[in-house]
Design a protein around this ligand. Sequence first.
Ligand code: NAP
Length: 244
Amino acid sequence: MIAIITGASKGIGKCTALKLKNYGYTIVSISRSEPDFGDIKFKVDVSDKIAVKDIVDKILGEFSFVDVIVNNAGFGIYGSFKETSLDEEEYMVRTNFLGTIYFTKFLLPSMIERKKGNIVNIISEAAYVSSPKLLVYSATKAALASFTNGLWAEARKYGVKVSGIYPGPVRTNFTSHPSFNGVKNSFDKFSVEPEKVANAVIKSIKTGKREIYVPSRLKIEPYFLKLSNVMQSITYRIVSKWFS
Ligand SMILES: NC(=O)c1ccc[n+]([C@@H]2O[C@H](COP(=O)([O-])OP(=O)(O)OC[C@H]3O[C@@H](n4cnc5c(N)ncnc54)[C@H](OP(=O)(O)O)[C@@H]3O)[C@@H](O)[C@H]2O)c1
C-alpha cells in the first residue's frame, strides 16, 4: 500500500506519515524542505504545477499506483486584509488550493482505472467559519471544501473515496509564520495534538466519510457544523443524481 503525504516535514503531515507507516503503508513524503521521515522523500513545492506533475509521474513510474494521497501542505497568514501582502496571499492560494488540485488531477486517473483509492484533503473549520485576520486563508479552505464535496460526489461512482478533514486549532508549526507574532499563545490555548488529525485521516481512509471534524479543546464546533453537514449531505445526494 502506497501513501503520499504532502507537507510531511512537520506538524500534521509528519504525524500522519508516522501513523500511516504503522498501518503498513509505504510512505512518500513531500515538502519544500527535506522531510526527515518517509520511505521515499521528495523536496517539492506543491504550488509548482510542473514539479508536481513530474513527481507524480516518477511515483507512478516506480509503483504504478498510489492507494492514498493526503493533501496536507498549507500555511496561513495572519493580519488585517488591508495590511497583508498580496504576493504572499497569491502564494497561499496556490499552495493551499491549487496544490491539492494538481495532485488530484494527476493521480485521479490511475485511481479510477483501479477503481480504488483515497483522496484525503486537510481542510479546516475556517472553511465554514471565515475568521477576521485569516480571511484569505479561510477562503482557500472554503474553496478546498467546495472542491472536496464535489469530488466526493463525482468519484464515488468510480470506487474512489474522497474525504475532507476539518480541524480546529492544532498544536503544530502553523503559527510560526511571522505574521502570527503575538497571537500564538491564545491560539495554543484551544489547540489539540496533531495525532487527533492523523487518527481522523485513518478513519477517513476506512470509511470514505465526506467530512470529518477534529474539534478544538472547546469541543463545541461539531454540533453546529454537523447541523449544516446534514443539510449539505442531503443536497449533495440530490445534486449528484442530477448531474451524473
Ligand atoms: N495547525 C492548525 O491549527 C490547523 C488547523 C486546521 C487546518 N490546518 C491545516 O493543516 C495543514 C498542515 O498544517 P500544520 O498545522 O501541520 O502546519 P506546519 O506544522 O507548519 O506544517 C505545514 C507543512 O506544509 C509544508 N508546506 C507548506 N507550504 C508548502 C509548499 N508550498 N509546498 C510543499 N510543502 C509545503 C511544510 O513544509 P516545508 O515548510 O518544508 O515546505 C510543512 O511540512 C495545513 O493545510 C493547514 O492549513 C492546520
